[in-house]
Design a protein around this ligand. Structure first.
Ligand code: NAI
Ligand code: MG
Length: 368
């Protein structure tokens, strides 16, 4: 049997990024020990605002060389607006990783757990369980365009969108494959081809073409406006949802919001070909308002780590069983702790970050 040691760059960043990282590592090590997985974590003390204050940049000049050999980046959160403006801290670190490592898939699972109050009325665990797949490198977010006739009454701006065939097909293919691998095999394609009359009909056309390669997947194209409404009104209809950069950005915040606290939402920024490291991080930021008090909810960080293990296990269409089992064991432990406690204050409890991390790590080690 070939064994591989997975090398992971652990970058805690700022604020509660540090606190939740400690718990994430604790649980990853417990999972690695139980499921016979070799993980080698190397911590980096840059991509944070104190490093910027010391050196004048967020990362060392050779950051890309330093990270290129790693299998993944396990990332906390970056940003401390009182020290460094957010656009500098974010563009100087996280956004460089996403772009330069071509992490063209942004994946956000959404689940309603027992024990977590749902902001939508009459929804119970099981009713909300879907994944948003967002295109992460092109679409509506480009730097193409410009401004002319400034300060005259002819002043105008243009901002271009880009939908390349490669960029469109690769995100659709990923989403179809993901839908194919799940029990319900449903894919919702977010569109707006009634209003955006060039790029969105193209997106639809590519979706139909890709769909022919996946006859077992039930495809459903929905305009983004009604799709957003259905996230709130009928979240149970969704299984995998694929969207362009802008639509996916909005849906991937709306989705987790429909399922409760921000402290739970994980994300993966993937380079599926594994030419570059992928990045796994909680959706939340560095939370300066609660930082340093050991009360942050560590679940988003821990769940992001589970996504990382699952990604390691998926190779060329088949899954290495122990990685999938490790992922499932971490999720089961999260479910149990959300149901029975200990819970951090954002969930109405009085437990600390480390109490919750310890409890999850213990459940992962022991099984049940
Ligand atoms: P935030 O996500 O840090 O906090 C928003 C609210 O949610 C705060 O009240 C916070 O206490 C609470 N919260 C967040 N995570 C929590 C957790 N794990 N447990 C319990 N409560 C939690 O967003 P905010 O305040 O807008 O941004 C703060 C800093 O984080 C800024 O510098 C921002 O740029 C940065 N940020 C970084 C992100 C990243 O690294 N991917 C994502 C979002 C924000
Ligand atoms: Mg967003």
């Amino acid at each position: 049997v070939d064994r591989k040691t997975y090398r992971i760059a652990a970058i805690p960043g700022d604020g509660i990024g540090n606190e939740v990282m400690t718990e994430g590592l604790k649980v990853m090590r417990a999972a690695a020990a139980r499921f016979d997985i070799d993980l080698d974590f190397v911590s980096f003390d840059w991509a944070n605002c104190d490093y910027f204050l010391k050196t004048g940049s967020m990362m060392p000049a050779n950051w890309k060389d330093l990270l290129t050999g790693f299998d993944s980046i396990y990332f906390g959160a970056v940003g401390w607006p009182d020290k460094v403006p957010d656009h500098i801290s974010l563009w100087g670190s996280l956004l460089k990783f996403r772009r330069e490592f071509d992490q063209y898939i942004n994946l956000r699972p959404v689940r309603l757990f027992e024990g977590v109050p749902c902001p939508l009325a009459h929804k119970k665990p099981g009713d909300i369980d879907f994944i948003v797949v967002r295109e992460n490198t092109e679409g509506e977010y480009t730097s193409l365009g410009g401004k002319m006739f400034e300060d005259t009454d002819r002043e105008f701006v243009i901002q271009e969108s880009i939908f390349s065939r490669i960029g469109t097909d690769r995100v659709l293919k990923f989403a179809f494959e993901l839908a194919q691998s799940r029990a319900r095999r449903r894919l919702t394609v977010a569109t707006k081809s009634n209003g955006i009359a060039i790029s969105m009909p193209y997106w639809d056309e590519r979706a139909h073409a890709m769909g022919e390669r996946f006859p077992e997947v039930a495809v459903d194209l929905q305009h983004i406006d009604i799709l957003a409404a259905r996230f709130v009104l009928q979240p149970d209809r969704f299984d995998v949802v694929v969207a362009s950069n802008l639509f996916g950005d909005i849906l991937s915040d709306l989705g987790p919001a429909c399922a409760g606290t921000i402290g739970l939402a994980p994300s993966a920024n993937l380079n599926p070909e594994r030419l570059f490291p992928s990045l796994f991080e909680p959706v939340h930021g560095s939370a300066p308002d609660i930082s340093g008090r050991n009360i942050a909810n560590p679940i988003a960080m821990i769940w992001s780590g589970a996504l990382m293990l699952n990604f390691f296990g998926e190779t060329a269409g088949h899954q290495r069983k122990n990685f999938r089992e490790a992922h499932d064991a971490v999720l089961l432990a999260i479910e149990q702790v959300l149901r029975n406690g200990p819970r951090t204050p954002d969930l109405g409890g009085a437990a600390s970050t480390s109490d919750m991390g310890d409890a999850i790590a213990r459940l992962v080690s022991d099984g049940d």
